[in-house]
Design a protein around this ligand. Structure first.
Ligand SMILES: Cc1cc2nc3c(=O)[nH]c(=O)nc-3n(C[C@H](O)[C@H](O)[C@H](O)COP(=O)(O)OP(=O)(O)OC[C@H]3O[C@@H](n4cnc5c(N)ncnc54)[C@H](O)[C@@H]3O)c2cc1C
Length: 398
């Protein structure tokens, strides 16, 4: 059943995460098993259409609601928020830049969770430096022909739709003027089809249960009509993807908030129950200082994340806000996972507690969707572009 009001949806997702996800997350993580049943429940809740307009069959919620849902999902298991991320980024890009035909054909199937999407920018030799990608798409009659190798495509195997960044004019300078996004439709769940080979899945430290894939394109034909935005989209794909990645960074920031929250919740519970030197460890000042610092940073991370979502919801450029939220919330998640483990003492290092899963999942947040070093560069560039003045008045504010 789908909950329509934002608050009802967040409440329903919290119940889902606590009652259905938490009891099985460690086992699914350990076995690296794709969570088919949980994904089915996410589909029932309408999450694959959470931000897709109602006119296309989605729930039509704003990104603030999306953030709250991602926080709840991550409290249960971060991988579920990753299953949603590239799908929602692609849906956002189609809604923002797609042709009427692309919107009316793809968005309803995406909202229903029948068609699931992945994003593919990164290559073995180019991640941060996306202008150095080597995958090409060459026009041939009514088609484009794709050649090249992509790396780290989350959901790449099960996706039926891949938003792919390729060079349509490799000679043009600066290189980002020669890049195009293709909405590539492929067979889901298949390792080999004409022009596309998906090698065995990548084995990851954490963020398990969902697939990280390489995509080897070799003469794959996709119709010219699959260019995001049609003919007008040729050569502007880099700009389209940068706008879409702001939604991705907001998702990752919300994951940081969710992971830090559950790590802190577990630490507070443990600190109340565990005794040392005749009293609960929560009564020792050194533990209290840790809890206070984490809680204060968590409150700030949550505000930054919701502010970035609000900025994007207003249709404004949000790279500064999304970058700050992603940077701050994910560094917190890394620290909170470790601090929670330390507050748990030896038991936190055991595989049977979820604390060690948080510790393995958290570092990805500092790397994926643009590393935190790159976020710092984006933030600094925006600061230096702006007029001088009272800096604090030009920074995020709810
Ligand atoms: C589990 C996982 C899932 C992913 N999912 C996807 C996905 O679905 N789709 C997709 O397209 N990609 C995905 N990625 C790729 C991810 O976005 C990249 O790994 C990330 O952008 C970094 O790129 P890179 O790995 O090539 O590192 P590099 O770009 O090689 O960077 C290596 C180091 O150098 C630093 N560095 C690079 N340039 C600078 C600079 N100018 N100044 C300072 N430091 C710099 C980086 O910050 C980093 O610390 C995923 C990655 C992982 C691990």
């Amino acid at each position: 059943m789908q909950a329509d009001a934002p608050r009802d949806l967040v409440t329903a997702v919290r119940a889902f995460a606590e009652d259905e996800v938490m009891p099985v997350a460690d086992d699914l993580d350990e076995a690296d098993t794709y969570p088919d049943e949980l994904v089915g429940r996410m589909r029932d809740l309408g999450l694959f259409g959470i931000t897709i307009p109602r006119s296309y069959g989605g729930l039509g919620h704003d990104l603030i609601t999306y953030c709250r849902v991602v926080i709840e999902l991550t409290r249960g298991w971060m991988s579920l928020a990753g299953i949603l991320n590239s799908h929602i980024v692609t849906a956002w890009m189609i809604d923002a830049f797609g042709t009427p035909e692309q919107k009316s054909r793809l968005l309803p199937a995406m909202a229903a969770g029948e068609l699931r999407a992945a994003i593919s920018l990164t290559e073995p030799q180019a991640g941060s430096d996306l202008q150095a990608i080597a995958t090409t798409a060459r026009r041939d009659g009514d088609d484009f022909v794709i050649d090249g190798e992509k790396m780290w495509c989350t959901n790449g195997l099960r996706a039926g739709l891949i938003a792919l960044l390729a060079k349509t004019d490799p000679q043009v300078r600066p290189p980002h003027h020669g890049m195009t996004v293709f909405l590539v439709e492929k067979q889901p769940g298949v390792h080999d089809q004409p022009g596309l080979h998906i090698p065995p899945l990548l084995e990851k430290l954490g963020y398990r249960g969902l697939e990280g894939t390489r995509l080897v394109w070799n003469g794959f034909r996709t119709p010219a009509a699959s260019v995001l935005g049609g003919e007008a989209g040729v050569g502007v794909g880099f700009r389209q993807f940068m706008a879409g990645l702001e939604v991705g960074r907001i998702n990752v920031a919300a994951r940081g908030v969710g992971l830090a929250s559950i790590a802190l919740e577990r630490a507070i519970d443990h600190a109340r129950r565990r005794h040392a030197f005749g009293r609960p460890i929560a009564d020792h000042q050194a533990i209290r200082l840790k809890l206070a610092d984490l809680a204060t940073r968590l409150a700030a991370a949550r505000l930054l994340t919701l502010d970035a979502a609000a900025c994007k919801d207003r249709g404004e450029r949000a790279d500064l806000q999304a970058g700050m939220a992603k940077l701050f919330a994910t560094e917190l998640a890394v620290d909170a996972a470790l601090e929670s483990m330390r507050i748990h003492g030896g038991i936190g290092y055991l595989k049977r507690l979820d604390i060690e899963r948080y510790y393995r999942d958290a570092p990805l947040l500092a790397i994926g969707e643009g590393t935190n070093e790159i976020q710092r560069l984006i933030i600094a560039r925006r600061l230096l572009e702006q007029d001088t003045g009272v800096v604090s008045e030009r920074l995020p504010a709810i």
